[in-house]
Design a protein around this ligand. Sequence first.
Ligand SMILES: Cc1ncc(COP(=O)(O)O)c(C=O)c1O
Length: 461
Amino acid sequence: MNTTSNNHFWKKDKEHFIHPYTDYATFKDEGSQVISKADGNYIYDSNGHKMLDGIAGLWCANIGHGRKDMADAIHQQITKMQYYNPFGHTTNEPAAELASKLAEISPGNLNHVFYTCGGSTANDIALRLVHYYNNLRGKPNKKKIISRNYGYHGSTYFAANLTGIHGTKDCFDQIAQDLVSHISAADMYRRPAGAENLTEQEYCNFLAAELENRIQQLGADNVAAFIAEPIMGAGGVLVAPEGYHRRCWEICKKHDVLFIADEVVTAFGRLGEWVASKEIFDYQPDILIVAKGINSGYVPLGAAILSSDIYDVISKPQSDGGVLSLGFTYSGHATACAAALKNFEIIEEENILENVRNLGPVLQDGAKELLTNPIVGDVRGKGFMLGIDLVSNKDTKEPLNVASRVFTKCMERGLVIRPIVNLIVISPPLTLTENDVQALLQIVNESIEEVYQEVSAEGLV
Ligand SMILES: Cc1ncc(COP(=O)(O)O)c(C=O)c1O
């Protein structure tokens, strides 16, 4: 932790920057760690301490940091035309090119792109459009959205409501609560009551039945959409039982409920495919939500990609002089879209999807060895998405809330991970080499072992 009080950035930040997800129990004393430089798979703090970036910025730096080829592409676009109005019938070349490319790599008839500034705004826009779509279809009551506990869908007012990490909403108001209904997370490790001893297939049936029952309780005529991440990210890297997404999708189809795949984390290579829903989980979303890895976080960008069926309904003139009245100043921002095109080119030219397919199993299998440590209750994930669940007792699965201690020890050894209470989340750049993967695993192993020694001495386990 950087507590160098004479660091003027540290001081200015502490006094003026309200960070996302700040812990005010410690922030006013400790301030922030200032990260000054990022290069490839590594970052450097303001003291020059070099660390392997085990979280790719925040699930986004898929091609690695500080790339000159990306900087050149961005520079070229800025000097040609950094931005111009996207409203109405004006466009720019990178936005048009990228929309066509996104339609090409998205499965099925996901052919129409609404650009946003990030993931939360993409989810918000998607839901406004879903409601609009049902109004136009003559189904004005079909408005409720089913989401899942522990799902993360963002921080705008409505996206926060969709989010199922309920502790994040303490003391905040929640709008339109009647529009969102949460069901269980597809959590193989900590299951809901009644599902503890089921086989994987039975558990899948159990969760699917919960979704169908909820649709029936709410009334299919009132339910517009189901939203789910292919693998839950911020909720703890929760990997669903085999066949779960396909079953949920079939239930949605049966009840005329749209399936929104929130692939803000999983799209563009994190699981070794451009898009995970169809390729890995065998279902066809009606709306695909993307952001982050779309241009590896070089310039903010997100998108909601809609099926032709939805587009056909929302793209008709609704009234005399009526226009589709929503969107942002920065929808289809030329520089952000040019960065996305360059990002895709780099991913293709450097076989980055293949790198994840090759090294993902090395990361996942290597991490499974952590299970020999008495405080590691579960290790789960896929591709370059890894979650480590710390427990004080493997039988009761009681969470051991010491991830922040592991975080500190990893940093000292030259690795950044993401601590979430009892969970360690790892989501490195997709450009990691095998040596990087081995170094990461070794540092995590040593750091957890050191924390285990501490907590046993303290009598916590
Ligand atoms: C699955 C998912 N959806 C939506 C979001 C929100 O994206 P943003 O922070 O860009 O608004 C996130 C952010 O982590 C996410 O992980």
